[in-house]
Structure formats: C-alpha cells, structure tokens
Design a protein around this ligand. Structure first.
Ligand code: PEP
Length: 277
C-alpha cells in the first residue's frame, strides 16, 4: 500500500497547489544463510548475485544475513551497491562483558553493519531466546544504529488451535512495544510461521496476507496509521523462486526472509525479481 512521503506547497498560475509524493514502503528480499558455506563460497555467491545486475527500484532492497566471520568481506563486496546491505544473524542481549563467544551490537556497528536479525525461531528454539530477552537485543541494536529484523511466528500446534494472531501479537508486543515511535519506525518485521521454515510447506498467500494485515493493524493501534503503513513486514517460510511472486503480490507482504533458496544464486535472483514494484 503506498503512503504519503511528503506534501509540498507550490505556487503556480492557478494559485497554491500541493505536490504530493507517494512512495512505496520498502520491499525487501532478505537472505538468511544460517550456518552454511565457506568464506570462499560466500564470496562467490555474493558476486554471482551482484553480477546479475537486477534493476531494482528505489524502494527495493536486498539484505544478506551472513555468518559472523563473513561480515567484513560481505560488506566490502556490496560497498558500492546502493540497494544491497549486509546483516548479522544475531547479536547478544548485553552490551559488553564476560560473555565468551558472544558478539555485541556495538561490535557489529564498529565494523559497519547496519542490520541484524533477531528472534529467529531457530534461536528461540535451540538457544532459549524469549520475548523479554529479545526486547534487550532490539534496544541494543537501535542504540547502535542497527536496524533489527525482528522475526515472529507461531508453531504448528498454535496454528492448528487457531490462536496464531494472539501468539504473534504477544511476541511483537513483548519485544518491541516498549520502543518509542521513532525507534520503532526503524524496525523491519519478518513473519515466519515455524511450520513453514525449512519444511517446503509454504503458507498460502491468503494465510500470509491475513497475518500480515493483522500485524499491521496491531502496529496501527500502537503507533498510528503512518508508522504502520511504512513498516516493512516480510514473509518467511519456504519462499522459493516458484512461489515468491504470488506471496509478494499480497498487499501487506513486503518481500521475504529466505533461508534455503537464498543459497543458490539463480533461485535468489528470481526471488529478488519477484519483489513488488
Ligand atoms: C528462514 O530461515 O528464515 C527461512 C525462512 O528458511 P526457509 O526459507 O528455508 O524456510
């Protein structure tokens, strides 16, 4: 849904009129490489995708969430590409200290990283990350001028019980609704039903649209129409080259967070080309 970016008064022969600039909210294809590939494979994959020279519109972006050891290299590969950004897949929920093996938001910022995935269901499940802990990560990201790419989504049992809306609203409220409007306006949301991640079982376009529209209405109640209309809400869960266009065409689906299919250049290029525009 387009939203009004600015309204500018202009004087002309017929008096004052208003030039309204309508902008699309950001449409984003985000790759989540997870713990896959070597440094050399990561470098070739990035270069292969960039060589496709996809014609992106001003409001379209591509984000690669790469493993920590590849962040600096990846950032330098995309350095001259206006629409391409690099993201971390995680950061720690404390600012600094004796947390051996962890990586802070400040460290990410110090190497020029401006995006970080937080709350991926794999981190919630395997590393016990809960909504309260993720609130701390969101704060630290924002404090360090890093855009959090916040993942939410229900497990199969919740979907089968019909309580998915409440479950997802609770995740968003508990981790993000303490943010003021200005900070929240820097957040990207990714709705990823757990039953669709890595399973090959994609949510139907109607299911995705229904949830995305519900999320947007939840954001509207808290932050108002303008902020809700401008927040990118990505869909994740077995997005592939052959289903991306149908999912992304949904009014409230602003692109995707893509796992498996982001590891093959040809597939991911097709997914980027499927962005609304
Ligand atoms: C993900 O890891 O966020 C994801 C959506 O994975 P996949 O596309 O493989 O389902």
């Amino acid at each position: 849904m387009p939203y009004i970016l600015s309204t500018q008064a202009m004087d002309g022969f017929y008096g004052t009129f208003y030039k309204t600039t309508i902008a699309m909210r950001k449409q984003i294809a985000a790759a989540n490489w997870k713990m896959n590939g070597t440094y050399q494979q990561a470098e070739s994959l990035l270069n292969e995708i960039l060589q496709a020279k996809i014609a992106l519109k001003p409001f379209q972006e591509v984000i690669f969430a790469v493993p920590f050891p590849y962040l600096i290299m990846s950032n330098s590969v995309v350095a001259n590409e206006y629409h391409y950004h690099i993201s971390a897949q995680n950061c720690y929920h404390k600012a600094s200290g004796a947390f051996t093996g962890e990586v802070s938001a400040e460290m990410l910022r110090s190497i020029g990283i401006r995006y970080c995935v937080i709350g991926h269901s794999e981190r919630r499940e395997y590393f016990g990350e809960d909504n309260a802990l993720l609130a701390g990560k969101a704060d630290l990201c924002l404090k360090n001028e890093i855009t959090p790419l916040f993942c939410c989504g229900e497990p199969l049992a919740v979907r089968e019980s019909g309580n998915q809306n409440q479950y997802v609203a609770d995740q968003i409220e508990a981790s993000l609704f303490h943010l003021n409007k200005e900070d929240f306006s820097r957040v990207i949301i990714a709705y990823e039903p757990i039953w669709a991640i890595g399973t090959g079982k994609t949510a139907a376009a109607e299911q995705a649209q229904e949830m995305h529209s519900f999320i947007r209405s939840t954001l509207k109640k808290k932050y108002g129409e303008e902020t809700a209309a401008a927040t990118p809400i990505l869909y994740g869960g077995s997005v592939k080259a052959n289903n991306a266009a149908e999912l992304f065409a949904c009014e409230d689906v602003d692109g995707g967070l893509v796992g498996g299919a982001s590891l093959a250049a040809d597939d991911f290029i097709e997914i980027v080309k499927a962005l609304k525009g």
